[in-house]
Design a protein. Structure first.
Ligand SMILES: *Cc1c(COP(=O)(O)O)cnc(C)c1O
Length: 412
């Protein structure tokens, strides 16, 4: 039987300092007094929620009414085309979720055991796991303080004869400096697969993410900028990668005869129902991005005068889409630490989430990276968390969150 890798804080040594405490219990302390007030402020502000106010119901009804609910049907190709188009890519390969989008893209490489793929340690575990599923070895690079993305200065140092690819992550919606990364990759003949799971609609020097590497992987999980419930997509301008990914997604059925397989394929298909929702969401992507950027600008303006709070970055060549509005807490200047502030917010009905715990600190990867340290990622993990970030967040809700952060500080 599979046994979990237990990791005690003792075994982690001083790395244990960065591991967040348990999630605080959310309390609904604010009661809506009037119908009017119920409209502007809710007892609990969730950290994230989908916005399903477009053609979602209409299209999914069409899927049911026309009897096309499985993984054939016109919404799949339409969603692939429309989403790829917005991402500046020629091809889109819809699939079951963002994790398998990463797996599909990497599987087209044909990694062999021991092959290496460079990824940031500061990411969600799917980035590392997708490499592991292929038999490859994730090689970790630290984050950089100015964008919270992978530090490109570390990437070149980590390239070895076994390196096959680099997977940059557009963290929390902020694009990676892709021209600089491309130069490194080209010097060494490496492929670049963007993990764009958090960055739908983000732009780098005016160009959309999703077409800045050899392929890109998106997630449409319920908390992402657009959602299909569960879903993902590989976008690419490379016809070979697209064809292979389409084929591997569908058990690698051969074109010569149906039940004839030349690859170990997968069933990573998306259904027409998910694609129906995806198409309706894609129609609203630009609007959602504008809403998120307006929300982020409002948060940052209000938080600018709160001592000890660092607001999220945006490089001058970047258009951040703020998948999550993340902040860092300086314990001395703010008067309490991140976990204490989160607890105080939870007591006042405001849901938050801590930043990623880096890959080298994960029980399941700890032995693989024992002794390696990544101080920037560790600092982000110790001090970072995100505030309510849904596209549909209202100005009144943002004001309530920031007012609460101020009040909590005043009483610290
Ligand atoms: C959400 C996410 C994924 C995984 O997507 P799923 O659809 O949940 O499988 C991968 N990478 C990053 C960076 C993510 O944020």
């Amino acid at each position: 039987m599979l046994k979990p890798r237990e990791l005690s804080l003792d075994e982690m040594g001083d790395l244990a300092d960065i591991i967040p405490g348990p999630d605080p219990e959310l309390k609904a302390t604010i009661r809506a007094i009037s119908q009017f007030e119920a409209d502007v402020t809710r007892p609990i502000i969730p950290v994230c929620e989908p916005t399903l106010t477009g053609n979602e119901l209409k299209y999914i009804t069409q899927a049911v009414e026309t009897n096309w609910i499985s993984s054939a049907g016109s919404f799949i190709r339409e969603f692939e085309r429309k989403f790829a188009d917005l991402s500046g890519a020629r091809y889109g390969v819809a699939c079951a979720n963002g994790t398998v989008a990463l797996h599909l893209a990497l599987a087209t490489l044909g990694l062999e055991p021991g092959d290496e793929v460079i990824i940031p340690t500061f990411t969600m575990i799917a980035t590392a796991n997708a490499v592991t599923y292929c038999g490859g070895r994730p090689v970790l690079a630290d984050a950089e303080p100015c964008t919270w993305n992978m530090d490109l200065n570390q990437v070149e140092d980590r390239i070895t004869p076994r390196t096959r690819a680099i997977v940059p992550v557009h963290t929390y919606g902020h694009p990676v400096d892709m021209d600089a990364l491309r130069q490194i990759a080209d010097r060494h003949g490496l492929l670049v697969f963007e993990d764009a799971a958090e960055a739908h609609g983000a732009r780098y020097k005016g160009r959309p993410v999703g077409s800045l590497g050899d392929a890109a992987c998106f997630s449409f999980y319920g908390n992402k900028i657009i959602t299909t419930g569960e879903g993902g997509m590989v976008t690419t301008n490379n016809e070979q990668i697209a064809r292979l990914a389409w084929n591997l997604r569908d058990h690698a059925f051969s074109h010569e005869r149906h039940f004839w397989h030349k690859f170990i394929g997968f069933n990573y298909r998306m259904t027409n129902m998910q694609a129906a929702i995806g198409l309706a969401q894609t129609e609203q992507l630009e609007k959602f991005v504008q809403m998120r950027r307006a929300n982020a600008a409002y948060y940052s303006a209000l938080l600018a005068t709160v001592p000890g709070i660092t607001t999220p970055p945006e490089a001058d060549w970047a258009m951040n889409v703020y998948w999550m509005y993340g902040i860092l807490v300086d314990e001395k200047a703010y008067g309490m630490n991140r976990d204490q502030l989160r607890r105080a917010l939870a007591e006042r009905g405001i849901e938050t989430r801590t930043f990623f715990i880096p890959m080298h600190c994960q029980p399941v990867y700890f032995d693989q990276y024992r002794g390696q340290r990544f101080p920037v990622a560790e600092d982000l993990c110790r001090r970072g968390f995100y505030l309510p970030s849904a596209s549909s967040l209202t100005r009144a809700e943002i004001e309530r969150v920031v007012r609460t952060i101020r009040e909590v500080r005043a009483r610290a």
